[in-house]
Design a binder for this molecule. Structure first.
Ligand code: CA
Length: 222
């Protein structure tokens, strides 16, 4: 999980990016203008910046210049209009690590975010092999799980189900999705194995963390 700063004045794009990154287990903060964005970027509280170019108060180029002039090495991925090749080249010269032409699919941005975080070195607290939300923390390397800092024992299947819930916190997951993703094709759709395992996780995580959404499935609340 990493702390990612999104500097973007278009609310629709900012929330699209924030939502996707949160689903991946990252913490996100949105700044809607360049001056506020620069303050945040210099605070030392973030692992990566997603930066729009056209911004009020301070545009993306000015922000990058100021950031690098102050010695910050934080990875920056610039969002740029697809037809602005010259903008993009300037951004890279101005100290951006990568750029993302708009419009883009979230998966494309995510691939770049992962790469830049990996290259920046896995600092403590920004490891990609930890998924954490709503007080539940899963270490994907050691398969250890904690709830509010207290260790809980999970079987391999419970762990896989928990990871699916945490990565999609706040979204409804149907029984079919969970069966496909966690059990594969070995179980028939009429099986109640999902409900049984949700029961196990509720006992271990606290019942309130996984809601039943009638007729639809389950939702992990963070
Ligand atoms: Ca803009």
């Amino acid at each position: 999980m990493a702390s990612i700063l999104i500097i973007e004045d278009e609310a629709r794009i900012a929330s699209f990016v924030a939502k996707g990154l949160k689903a991946e287990g990252h913490r996100t903060t949105v700044a809607a203008d360049g001056a506020e964005g620069l303050d945040h970027a210099l605070s030392g509280a973030f692992d990566l910046v997603v930066l729009d170019i056209g911004l009020p108060r301070l545009d993306g180029f000015e922000l990058l210049d100021a950031l690098r002039a102050q010695g910050s090495r934080i990875p920056v991925i610039v969002l740029t209009a697809r037809d602005s090749v010259s903008d993009t080249v300037s951004a890279l010269e101005g100290g951006a690590d990568d750029y993302m032409p708009k419009p883009f699919r979230f998966a494309e941005l995510l691939a770049r975010v992962r790469l830049r975080l990996r290259q920046a070195g896995e600092q403590p607290g920004s490891r990609e092999d930890v998924v954490e939300t709503g007080g539940v923390r899963l270490d994907l390397r050691t398969h250890r799980a904690t709830v509010e800092g207290r260790e809980v024992e999970l079987s391999a299947r419970e762990f896989a189900l928990a990871e699916m819930f945490l990565r999609n916190a706040g979204q409804v997951l149907s029984r079919e999705q969970l069966l496909d993703q966690v059990w594969g094709f070995d179980f028939d759709p009429g099986s109640n194995v999902v409900d049984v395992y949700v029961g196990y996780l509720r006992r271990k995580f606290g019942a309130g963390r996984i809601e039943t959404v009638r007729g639809m499935g389950y939702r992990f609340t963070s």
